[in-house]
Ligand binder design. Sequence first.
Ligand code: SF4
Length: 95
Amino acid sequence: MKNLSVTERLALNRYVTDDAESHITVNQDIARATGTDELLIACCAAHVYSRQPDGTIGVEFAACLECGTCLAIAAPGALTWHYPRGGMGIAYREG
Ligand code: SF4
C-alpha cells in the first residue's frame, strides 16, 4: 500500500455542499471584540476563515473538515457551528 501525503489523503475526501444553509456563522462584532477573528484564521487547517477587504471574517464553509477546532477556541457567542444537515458535509475515505 502506497504511503500518501496529507494533501493526497485530503484530496480523496468527498464533499456534499449544502447550498441552502451554512453550518457555520460568525458573529462579527463578538469575534472582533474578543480576538476570536484572528484565532479562527490561524486555527483552521482547511482555511475556511479569511479576512475580507471590509475587515470582516469570510467563511468558506464548503471546505470544512468538521474537526471542531474553531468551535473549541472561539469565545462564547462568537461562532455558531453545527454539523451539516444529514448526508451533507465531508465524507472521509482514508483513515
Ligand atoms: S471545524 Fe475544523 S475545518 Fe471546519 S471550520 Fe472549524 S477548524 Fe476549520
